[in-house]
Design a protein around this ligand. Structure first.
Ligand code: SF4
Length: 446
C-alpha cells in the first residue's frame, strides 16, 4: 500500500494549467517575476495540464511564449529567450491522480479499517504516476487522450497490472466486463510505439494460479523485450477483507508456486537471457526458503514491488560489513537499541544483526512487530502502524528505536493508523529513527 504525496482529486475541481508552488531565487522564473500561486496555462499555444506537460512542452525549446494566470487573476503572456538547457527554477503542484473504475476482489482499499484516513481509500489509476513512481495501472479505462499522451510524451516504462491474460479470469478479478478487461490491443499499441511495459500479477490462490499463471507468464514472455519483466506477488488479506471468493496465501501454496514457476524461470533465462517472471520475496519467505541469488534478479526491475528487496538488503549489508571491517564503529557498545520490522523479514534481519553484534560489539535487537491493526495475516514491515508498535512496548530494549522509513507517509511523518512519529516518540519516551539503509549505514559508521 503506497501512499504517495498527492492531493486526492476528489477534494479538488480541476483548474486550468499547473500551479507554481515555489520560485528559486535569482532563477529565470524569478527574473520573469513569476510567483507562487501563478498558474501556467499554455506553452507556445499548447495547453498545460500538469508539470509533466510543462516539462514536455518546454524541453529543448529556447524561445517560448508562456500564458500565465497570475495569483491576482490577471492574465499574462510572457515571451522568453533562454539558453539551451537553462532551468526555469520553478517547482509545481503535485499531479492530481485519476481514480480507477474497477472493483478488484483483492483491492487494498477493501482491507482498510473503517476509521482509516480517507487518503488510504484513494484508488489511483493514472498512467502519469505509473511513469513517475512505478504505480501500477490496469489500463481498463485509459482514455484516448491518455493513450496519445503516453505515446507522444514517451511516458515509458508503464507498469501494468495484468493479473491474467485469460480475459474471463481477468474480468472476474477486476470486477469489470470482458470488453474492458481485454487490454491486449492497448498494450500492443503502446508497445508498437516503443513504450516498455513491466507487468504485475497479484496471485490469488484458486483464481489465477496454476495453469492460468503459466499461460500468463508465457503470453507475456512472448512479448519480451517489449514487456520487460513480470512481478508475481501474493494476495495480501487484512482482517477487513473477508470476501469469500478469496483464499488466503499459505506456506504450502507458496511452496507449490515456487516449484511450478522455477522451471519456467530457468527456461526463460536460457532463451531470453533474463529470469523475466520474478516471484515476490514474500513467496520465498512464507515458504521458508531463502531468496534467489543476485544473478537471478538482474538489474532488479521490480524491486519497488517487493521483488528482490531481501537480496538487495543482503548486498547492502555485506557492503556495510566491509566498511565496518575497515573502520569499526566508535563506542559500539553505545549502539544499544531496537530495530523494528515485520514478521516476515524479522528472521533474516535477526540473523544478520546477531552476527554484527558478535563481531563489532553493538547491542542491537530485532523486534518483529505483530500487525493488530490490519490482522495477523499481514507480515510485511511497510504496513506497521503506531498502535502495533505501542502494543509491543514491553519488548523494546535499549536507548533508541530504528524503524523502516517506508512506515511513514512519503511527505509527512505519520503512520498508516494516523499516529504521528512525534506522538509515538512521546508515548515511548525514546528517540525513534525512521531510516532507509543508507541512513542506517551512516548511523553505524559515524
Ligand atoms: S485497480 Fe483494483 S486494486 Fe487498484 S485501486 Fe482499482 S480496484 Fe483497487
Amino acid at each position: 500500500m503506497y501512499e504517495f504525496a498527492v492531493t486526492p482529486a476528489m477534494t479538488q475541481l480541476r483548474r486550468r494549467g499547473v500551479e507554481v508552488v515555489e520560485v528559486a531565487p535569482e532563477s529565470l522564473a524569478a527574473e520573469l517575476e513569476l510567483e507562487a500561486g501563478d498558474r501556467i496555462i499554455r506553452v507556445n499555444g499548447r495547453a498545460v495540464r500538469d508539470y509533466l506537460d510543462f516539462r514536455f512542452q518546454t524541453g529543448g525549446e529556447t524561445e517560448l511564449i508562456l500564458n500565465v494566470i497570475r495569483k491576482s487573476g490577471e492574465e499574462w503572456e510572457i515571451e522568453i529567450e533562454r539558453d539551451e538547457g537553462e532551468d526555469f527554477g520553478l517547482s509545481f503542484e503535485n499531479i492530481v491522480p485519476r481514480q480507477c473504475a474497477n472493483e478488484c476482489l483483492f483491492c487494498f482499499c477493501k482491507g482498510n479499517p473503517p476509521d482509516a484516513r480517507p487518503a488510504l481509500s484513494f484508488r489511483d489509476e493514472d498512467v502519469r504516476l505509473s511513469f513517475l513512481y512505478g504505480n501500477y495501472t490496469t489500463l481498463t479505462s485509459i482514455t484516448e487522450d491518455e493513450m496519445r499522451r503516453v505515446i507522444e510524451q514517451r511516458l515509458s516504462p508503464q507498469y501494468v497490472s495484468v493479473h491474467a491474460t485469460d480475459v474471463d479470469v481477468r474480468a472476474y478479478l477486476l470486477g469489470v466486463d470482458k470488453k474492458r478487461a481485454d487490454i491486449s490491443a492497448k498494450m500492443r499499441r503502446m508497445m508498437d510505439a516503443g513504450i516498455e511495459i513491466h507487468a504485475q500479477i497479484v496471485l490469488c490462490p484458486e483464481i489465477n494460479d496454476g495453469e492460468i499463471l503459466q499461460r500468463t507468464i508465457r503470453d507475456l514472455a512472448a512479448e519480451h523485450p517489449r514487456v520487460k519483466s513480470v512481478a508475481i506477488v501474493p494476495l495480501g488479506l487484512t482482517r477487513y477483507n473477508t470476501d469469500e471468493r478469496l483464499t488466503p496465501v499459505t506456506p504450502e501454496f507458496c511452496e507449490r508456486v515456487i516449484s511450478e514457476v522455477t522451471p519456467v524461470q530457468r527456461e526463460l533465462k536460457k532463451c531470453l537471457g533474463t529470469t523475466f517472471a520474478f516471484l515476490g520475496d514474500e513467496i520465498y519467505l512464507r515458504a521458508g526458503r531463502s531468496v534467489p541469488s543476485r544473478r537471478h534478479y538482474g538489474d532488479y526491475p521490480q524491486i519497488e514491488d517487493g521483488v528482490g528487496m531481501v537480496r538487495s538488503f543482503y548486498e547492502d549489508f555485506a557492503r556495510l560489513w566491509r566498511r565496518l571491517e575497515r573502520n569499526s564503529p566508535r563506542d559500539a557498545h553505545r549502539l544499544d537499541g531496537t530495530i523494528l520490522t515485520g514478521r516476515l523479514f524479522a528472521p533474516v534481519l535477526k540473523d544478520l544483526i546477531e552476527r554484527l553484534n558478535e563481531r563489532f560489539g553493538t547491542c542491537l535487537h530485532v523486534l518483529a512487530v505483530e500487525s493488530r491493526y490490519f490482522g495477523s495475516e499481514i507480515v510485511v514491515a511497510g504496513l506497521m502502524t503506531g498502535s502495533d508498535i505501542l502494543a509491543m512496548r514491553d519488548r523494546i530494549k535499549g536507548d533508541f528505536i530504528i524503524m523502516p522509513a517506508t512506515v511513514l507517509k512519503s511527505d509527512e511523518a505519520i503512520m498508516l493508523d494516523g499516529m504521528t512519529l512525534e506522538s509515538l516518540r512521546q508515548q515511548l519516551n525514546l528517540p525513534i529513527h525512521a531510516l532507509d539503509f543508507a541512513a542506517l549505514t551512516q548511523m553505524l559508521t559515524e
